[in-house]
Design a protein around this ligand. Structure first.
Ligand SMILES: *Cc1c(COP(=O)(O)O)cnc(C)c1O
Length: 389
């Protein structure tokens, strides 16, 4: 089986983790946690980084420190991994889903702008919804597959309407918007180091921000909100969301390899895009000029995606559709879904988009196998009938 996106442990992972084991610093205390945080802040060009047990926990903490309270509303793109919406729900806030752009697959900021203009009002420097007077405290752009939405426009809206921007940058480590690293453009940002991400700690997450108060609060809440370590005095409800030292050690080793990971992802993307340029109606994600993408998961918008998925499966090649749109999940069917009256881009993308193997350790031979299989599917009428789809 050629897998979709798997870890590449070609650096000093063994050495750093062995050091943790040899010195007995395996748990929540140890120097690798702060080293990983410092290196992540430096890498992303932000002032502070706070590690967490996974990206979902990091998102939850970010929303809390950004002031999202129970009863608030938070805007999330309709195409995202469930973690973005779940984190909003954990705070007691209500997620509102906004459709995405047909070419970039990111939150449609023009659509958001017109919806804000028609559906909100300002009350004591807060943005409130006309429908139920809920406060819109935050908008969470998700940098889907390493690409980014129009962040300039979004930051202007944030200022105009008084909301904060919490970037779900889980998939976009190594991506830049106009030269600024993802996660460091909004007020606070989150990365994930899950096994399929561009770099991994097995499981892990990181919050980045330039807001010192928020960073300190996030660290505090992630460590059970302990105010007196000797007497075990806690003055509020906290969480056990820490990343342990062994995993932070792995993170340091992975981060050292980011330049080569980015290079490999870029090479894979270029090769695929060139190979599929001749196939009609098969289009990769559009990366705007303002964005430098990390090319995390190579994905195509194509006809008969489920037929291709099955065909690839038979050839022992793993592929995966985009996530089911949030508004189609049973928990969220009653939530507001903002879209153009006659359009449902999310639904269309979910039906048509397929990610194909692009691990940083994918060999040229494996990539050629994938290319041959995709080309064979579309040129062989036994498998694919363009008129029928
Ligand atoms: C991976 C991911 C997360 C976080 O996932 P964890 O497994 O909790 O680290 C959040 N949002 C998106 C869009 C993701 O892809």
């Amino acid at each position: 089986m050629i897998p979709l996106s798997i870890p590449n442990l070609g650096g000093k992972e063994w050495q750093y983790i062995k050091e943790c084991l040899d010195t007995n610093w395996v748990s929540s205390v140890g120097s690798y946690v702060s080293r990983f945080e410092e290196k992540m802040a430096a890498y992303t060009g932000t002032s502070f980084a706070v590690s967490a047990v996974n990206g979902t926990a990091a998102l939850h903490l970010s929303l809390i420190v950004a002031g999202v309270n129970s009863g608030d509303a938070v805007i999330v793109p309709n195409i995202t991994f469930i973690a973005s919406s779940n984190a909003v729900i954990y705070t007691g806030a209500e997620p509102i889903f906004v459709d995405v752009d047909a070419a970039t697959w990111q939150m449609n900021i023009d659509l958001l702008a017109s919806w804000l203009a028609a559906n909100t009002y300002q009350y004591q420097n807060e943005c409130r919804l006309k429908s139920n007077a809920r406060r819109l405290r935050a908008v969470m752009p998700v940098h889907v597959l390493g690409n980014m939405c129009e962040m300039d426009k979004l930051m202007d809206l944030a200022q105009q309407y008084n909301f904060v921007v919490v970037e779900d940058a889980s998939e976009s480590l190594g991506s830049y918007y106009k030269g600024v690293h993802s996660g460091g453009i909004g007020h606070i940002g989150v990365f994930s180091f899950n096994g399929n991400k561009i770099m991994t700690t097995g499981g892990g997450g990181m919050i980045v921000t330039n807001n010192e108060t928020w960073a300190k609060q996030a660290k505090f809440l992630s460590t059970q909100a302990k105010t007196d370590p000797l007497e075990y005095f806690h003055e509020e409800i906290g969480y056990n969301y820490r990343l342990v030292n062994v995993l932070a050690a792995m993170g340091v080793a992975q981060l050292e390899q980011m330049p080569s990971f980015l290079q490999k992802k870029a090479n894979i993307a270029t090769t695929y895009t060139k190979a599929f340029a001749q196939l009609s109606d098969v289009v990769p994600q559009h990366i705007p000029a303002a964005v430098q993408s990390n090319n995390w998961l190579y994905t195509l918008n194509l006809p008969s995606s489920r037929g291709l998925l099955q065909y690839l499966q038979n050839q022992k090649i793993q592929s995966r559709p985009l996530w089911t749109p949030m508004n189609q999940l049973p928990m969220f069917t009653q939530h507001t879904y903002v879209h153009e009256p006659t359009q449902n881009v999310s639904k269309q993308l979910h039906e048509r988009c397929l990610s194909i193997p692009c691990s940083t350790n994918l060999s040229p031979e494996q990539q050629q196998q994938v290319i041959d299989a995709v080309q064979a599917f579309y040129t062989n009428s036994i498998h694919y009938n363009a008129n029928a789809s």
